[in-house]
Design a protein around this ligand. Structure first.
Ligand code: ARG
Ligand code: ZN
Length: 849
């Protein structure tokens, strides 16, 4: 049954649940269309809660029977759950419900994927499995008995007993229901083992469908590396006898940290050199680490309510980025994270969907698993660490684990730990959690008599529901360089707390060049009028890798801005300055590859909009093409030389060293393709023995319009591999010229293998359409129309994935009146769909407000 009028939940309404749960016993009798779930739960009154009705969440459940202390009862049923009169003391609650996993296309609760049973309970999916207080502050130990004829049956915790057709698991760690998991199917395991720092042996497994065994080795190594890293860096040890990971083909998100039984979208765990790119390997390593790290930041210490989501997600993203920095290059990781933040979080924070890192209300919590909660949430932790210092951060984290182990905690708890352990007052810092929007930071400089003064002004534009913004604490990392390129003041963190504030450096012999916001020390938009000459100087001399990259990026942005708004030509001075960096064989190839990429077209649209110019996607696309061509022509003799220098001769490894070389080689190949029409790309495609080389060659061929033979060959080779075919679907929409994007996406949706109920396949086509900036924004509205049609269709089956994808419209008010009208009409068409889900209805409502 659908919700008639969606309810809004408010942070300020938090009330503890009236009962505590001593333990939960579940028996799950599996059958695709009629699974029976029998629950036995011991409740006792919660002395810390106000009096309230006994209400258990439950959705789409068929109640077979309910009993209290063995006596049958008749609860009052609502679409959201049940209400019942209960004894005033402790009691045993029992229910039996029936559910149909085979008919669950929303992929939330218990569902089936390729014949295998699996669950996704975060955030509020457990209520689709049985009646329960489905809220993270209710924690209990679980015993689970699974009955069914599948060979493998898994749940949380440790296996306790099994027999013909049944298996039993017990999880000794009290947990909220969102961490419950169950998997059953015809699965095979890739085994492993780990000895923890205190000498405990842990059995490890990655469970996959038969046929995928060969794609688990990398994930297993990543898991062990994560376990070691969390011991060494955070002192955190694993706490069960077994740790299982399962790969599932149909999954709404990336992966899920269920206690002792992590469930992964197969795209985020399965890897082999032939089928996965270097980027896939790196992402898999990071996600395995992320989910594993949740065992402490998320599971042992969980969230009091869903408004505190950033407590576990911001911290865990921060931890996984530290891990990747340690495993690979910290500089490259930082630049990549900032690219991602600007591409995903900035548009969110600067448009109608803007919300604080800790939101204050929601209709559907699944709509708040956002870049703001995750990535800005991680930035906030990075700032905190920068402000208190590494050592104090380590001490605070120790105190956090000590004080809150076993708790369902809040952001207040988290900040209090830092206040207590450092003696700092963090009340102003807390605004990072409550104030939405991206602060703009502007700078003026002054030099007189050996004193250099930087004056900063911060201002955050209004966001939905927040018109007035107070100044935030900004850690601004600054270094000063002498005109000869020597660093005279090494990186210093200035702590800005006022709306306007000056900082002086004395005793300088000449006016220095300032390198500001090193390492992107705060997630702000820097409004700085710097001379191009000074940027080229920083590009050549800055000791901070991030700011070296940023200087070049700034020059590229400025150049594209002038090309679009004034019809200027490519900035040859920038191209020549960049050449010096690209040629420098002492620099990490991965860093040089990042230097070669242009700002994305969407980023340019955002910049134009911020400067009061209405972005024209076609003009932006044309300018980017002209600039890329100019780079290719200017470097025509350099490119083959660079390609040769990046050749990898040893056997394939996805490590940072090799993948950096390939990244640079492939960035060069895309320029080379502009000169030779795809000759080198075709040769690389034909010779490729790994997916990185094959896919980047294919990408070049598509952008050159020379892809027909290669696309067909690729399909012949990979038609039986779903994950590889997702890439094939995605690339031809993402890399094609704008006018072909929507027509190609549409043609692909007509193929029998466009299995649109599979979120990966849906996103491969529709997500890629949105990534093709000028293609999605085709003037005739064909991109908008196609996407809206498919979102309407998907909403009927999978509201969560449909709702997430609505965010591609979040920048709609940036564009010209014609495009705005077209997008608005599509959003209104979605809003008018009868029986629209709560998920999509909330998203469209916010987009249109
Ligand atoms: N906790 C998971 C992670 O970030 C995300 C699961 C979110 N799932 C959802 N349906 N909202 O690791
Ligand atoms: Zn997470």
């Amino acid at each position: 049954m659908k919700d008639a009028s969606p309810q809004t939940t408010y942070l300020s309404d938090y009330t503890p649940f009236g009962w505590q749960v001593a333990d939960v016993h579940l028996t799950v009798k599996l059958a695709p269309k009629a699974t029976r779930v029998v629950s036995r739960i011991h409740f006792q009154p919660n002395p810390n809660a106000p009096a309230q009705d006994f209400f258990l969440h439950g959705e789409e459940l068929k109640l077979i029977r309910a009993a209290i202390d063995g006596t049958e009862v008749n609860p009052e049923l609502t679409p959201q759950g049940l209400r019942c009169d209960v004894p005033s003391g402790p009691f045993l609650w029992e229910t039996e419900v029936e559910i149909a996993p085979a008919e669950n296309t929303a992929l939330e609760g218990l569902y089936m994927s390729n014949g295998m049973y699996c669950t996704q309970c975060e955030a509020e999916g457990f209520r689709k499995i049985t009646y329960y207080p489905d809220r993270p502050d209710v924690m209990a130990t679980f015993t689970v008995r699974i009955e069914g004829d599948t060979p493998v049956k898994l749940s949380n915790g440790n296996p306790t007993d099994s027999g013909e057709g049944w298996a039993e698991w017990h999880d000794p760690w009290p947990k909220p229901a969102y961490l419950f998991a169950l998997v059953a199917g015809d699965l095979v395991n890739h085994p492993g083992a780990f000895t923890t720092m205190s000498g405990k042996e842990v059995e490890l497994n990655i469970w996959v469908r038969p046929g995928d065994e060969g794609k688990c080795a990398f994930g297993m190594e990543a898991l062990k590396a994560s376990m070691t890293w969390d011991e060494e860096v955070y002192g955190r040890e694993y706490d069960l006898d077994i740790f299982n990971i399962v790969a599932v083909d149909d999954f709404n998100m990336g992966a899920m940290e269920n206690k002792g039984l992590n469930i992964f979208n197969s795209s985020c765990v399965l890897a082999s050199p032939e089928t996965s790119t270097d980027a896939n390997f790196e992402r898999i390593e990071a996600i395995i680490a992320h989910e594993y790290f949740h065992n402490w930041t998320g599971n042992r210490i969980t969230c009091r309510d869903w408004f505190q989501l950033c407590l576990k997600e911001g911290l865990t993203v921060y931890r996984d980025s530290q891990f990747t920095s340690d495993m690979r290059s910290a500089e490259v990781k930082r630049i990549s994270d900032v690219i991602d933040l600007r591409a995903r979080q900035f548009p969110e924070d600067q448009g109608p969907l803007s919300h604080p890192v800790r939101p204050e209300s929601f209709q559907e919590i699944n709509n708040f698993y956002t870049a703001t909660v995750y990535e800005k949430g991680a930035e906030v932790i990075g700032m905190l660490k920068r402000l208190v210092g590494d050592e104090a951060y380590g001490k605070a984290l120790d105190l956090y684990f000590e004080r809150h182990d076993g708790d369902a905690a809040t952001i207040e708890d988290w900040l209090r730990v830092f206040e207590d352990s450092t003696g700092r007052d963090l009340s102003q810092f807390k605004r990072w959690y409550s104030q939405s929007g991206t602060p703009h930071l502007s700078i003026s400089e002054d030099y007189a008599d050996g004193t250099f003064t930087l004056t900063f002004k911060q201002e955050t534009p209004p966001t939905p529901g927040q018109s007035d913004k107070a100044p935030q604490v900004l850690p601004i990392a600054v270094g000063l360089l002498n005109p000869n390129g020597d660093e005279v003041v090494p990186t210093t963190v200035l702590e800005m707390t006022d709306a306007e504030q000056s900082f002086s450096f004395e005793g300088l012999s000449a006016k220095p060049v300032a390198s500001i916001l090193r390492g992107f020390s705060a997630p702000v938009v820097l409004d700085r009028e710097t001379l191009a000459e000074e940027k080229r100087f920083l590009l050549a001399h800055d000791t901070d890798a991030f700011n070296r990259w940023e200087a070049s990026r700034d020059l590229a942005r400025g150049c594209l801005f002038d090309m679009v708004t004034e019809g200027a030509g490519p900035d040859m001075a920038w191209i020549d300055a960049l050449e010096q960096v690209i040629r420098d064989g002492d620099l990490d190839p991965a860093f040089r590859a990042l230097m070669l990429a242009l700002p994305t077209q969407s980023e340019l649209a955002q910049m134009l909009h911020a400067k009061g110019v209405t972005p024209d996607p076609d003009a932006i696309h044309a300018a980017a093409e002209t600039l890329r061509n100019a780079m290719a022509e200017r470097w025509s003799s350099l490119l083959p030389e660079l390609m040769a220098a990046t050749r990898v001769t040893e056997g394939y490894s996805p490590d940072a060293k090799q993948s950096g070389k390939r990244a640079l080689g492939n960035a060069v190949l895309s320029l080379q393709t502009r000169l030779d029409g795809g000759k080198a790309a075709q040769a690389q495609f034909d010779a490729a023995d790994n997916m990185t080389m094959q896919l980047s060659a294919l990408s070049c061929l598509i952008s050159a319009g020379a892809e027909d033979a290669a696309l067909a060959a690729f399909e012949r080779q990979w038609k039986d591999d779903r994950l590889v075919m997702d890439k094939w679907f995605a690339l031809q929409v993402a890399a094609t010229k704008p006018e072909s994007a929507a027509p190609r996406a549409e043609a692909l949706t007509k193929r029998p293998d466009f299995d649109w109920k599979n979120p990966n396949r849906f996103r491969a086509v529709m997500g890629s359409l949105a990534m093709n900036h000028a293609g999605f924004h085709a003037k005739d509205g064909s991109g908008y129309r196609l996407l809206a049609e498919w979102l309407i269709k998907l909403d009927g089956k999978n509201p969560q994935t449909a709702a997430r994808m609505c965010s591609v419209f979040q920048t709609w008010t940036r564009y010209d009146a014609g495009r705005q009208a077209l997008m608005k009409a599509e959003l209104e068409r979605i809003a008018a769909k009868p029986d629209l889900s709560r998920d999509v209805s909330e998203m469209v409502g916010r987009l249109l407000s």
